[in-house]
Design a protein around this ligand. Structure first.
Ligand SMILES: *[C@@H]1O[C@H](CO)[C@@H](O)[C@H](O)[C@H]1NC(C)=O
Ligand SMILES: *[C@@H]1O[C@H](CO)[C@@H](O)[C@H](O)[C@H]1NC(C)=O
Length: 386
């Protein structure tokens, strides 16, 4: 009886441990399969990157850091995500603005501003010498940008952020001034993109020579406290000042005769006037509301270059929120061969026309070459992987 019991017990144990072994075996199989698939995927992905020359420059320590390139869908604007990561690091973005009224032939290849935007996206995301190490690349598009343009930019790897034109009740006084600039005030919508802690806003006709990521560490790129916020008396219709703000930028040079870095007294048009083609900002709804209130106040600023003059007014150097200067190496207009030799990182200059670069032939060649390098890169990419 006892023997029978022992035998029964033993066979039960064997059955049990066999079942457990089976469970373990199934589990191990699943884990191994998943591991294999993950590794295989990574290898395949790396193989593609190697094939197209991504991740080959010496400054990159590994492929794993390259989260921000061809594998994004191009449409997933990260709505609702937090501007700071769990480790306290801010989420950053490069944002460029595109609107149809600026320049809009039917043939995309003939649309110079559109092509310039593609060059910028390509340089920021793909070109080994200039691409970012993980910062989002966003194109803000207005309703006047065609579907074909949006689709092409998304295919190129950009995040497409569609916005409506920015209007307030009493802004006729701005829009009457110069038709061409009708929609540039919409650029101010970058301040609404609060899923990012900081943004570098670049005009579409910006070209990179070197990576720009370091600009976020510039001492002019820090969020500041508004001065005398409590004693400031707003004008009629002016919204309350935001408690903190960031506007980091550069004053414009006169022309190609500047030194590098340019000298305040002789080379810069006006030391306290910033250029809205290159702006570091911290998205903030209070700041956005403040700017909207200025758009709403007739003659609050000179409406000639609306968004640039509005910001120069809101962030005047003798006001409560003075804008900050970043190092001139990050960006310049009228770039010269000397600037290139001295380490200029990016420039505000068109690839299709450079009437003021004079004898700087190497710079002109560089600008024109980017257009065709970009085109060739994407043509090859489309052929092989589209
Ligand atoms: C992001 O959110 C805004 C406002 O909630 C919405 O209008 C927009 O369509 C969203 N964008 C995407 C890509 O989901
Ligand atoms: C613009 O001004 C009108 C009054 O003229 C006011 O009702 C409206 O709220 C203002 N809008 C903004 C964005 O400040």
């Amino acid at each position: 009886m006892l023997t029978l019991l022992v035998i029964n017990f033993r066979s039960a144990m064997i059955a049990f441990s066999e079942r457990r072994r089976l469970t373990v075996a199934v589990f191990a199989f699943i884990v191994t399969t998943l591991l294999f698939l993950t590794l295989h995927q990574t290898h395949a992905t790396e193989a593609i990157r190697v094939r197209i020359g991504i991740g080959q420059n010496s400054e990159n320590t590994g492929y794993s850091k390259l989260s921000n390139d061809i594998y994004r869908t191009g449409t997933g604007f990260t709505n609702g995500s937090a501007p700071f990561l769990a480790n306290g690091k801010g989420r950053f973005a490069y944002v460029t603005f595109l609107s149809g009224t600026v320049d809009g032939p039917k043939d995309l290849e003939e649309d110079n501003y559109f092509v310039a935007t593609r060059i910028l996206v390509w340089q920021l995301l793909h070109k080994p010498e200039t691409r970012t190490n993980g910062i989002d690349v966003v194109v803000m598009v207005t309703p006047s940008v065609s579907e074909s343009r949006r689709a092409r930019l998304a295919k190129d790897g950009a995040i497409i952020h569609a916005v409506d034109f920015l209007h307030v009740e009493n802004d006729q006084w701005i829009h009457a001034a110069q038709h061409r600039w009708d929609d540039v005030t919409t650029k101010l919508r970058a301040w609404e993109m609060t899923q990012y802690s900081r943004i570098l806003m670049l005009d579409g006709d910006t070209m990179l020579r070197l990576p720009l990521d370091g600009v976020f560490d510039d001492k002019g790129a820090k969020v500041r406290q508004t001065k005398n916020q409590n004693t400031y008396t707003p004008l009629e219709g002016e919204a309350p000042l935001p408690g903190t703000y960031l506007l980091g930028s550069l004053s414009e040079v006169w022309d190609c005769t500047h030194d590098f870095p340019p000298k305040d007294d002789t080379d810069l048009k006006k030391i306290s006037k910033m250029n809205a083609g290159f702006m570091l900002l911290a998205p903030s709804l209070p700041a956005f509301d403040y700017y909207r209130s200025l758009l709403n106040m007739t003659d609050a600023f000179d409406p000639k270059d609306p968004e640039q003059n509005l910001l120069n007014h809101a962030h005047r150097w003798d006001g409560p929120m003075p804008w900050t200067e970043v190092n001139h190496k990050w960006n310049i207009r009228c770039p010269t061969e000397k600037d290139f030799k001295k380490g200029l990182v990016s420039m505000h200059e068109k690839w299709w026309t450079q009437p003021y670069l004079y004898e700087n032939e190497n710079v002109k060649d560089f600008l024109r070459a980017q257009r065709w390098e970009m085109k060739g890169w994407y043509d090859a990419w489309d052929l092989r992987y589209a």
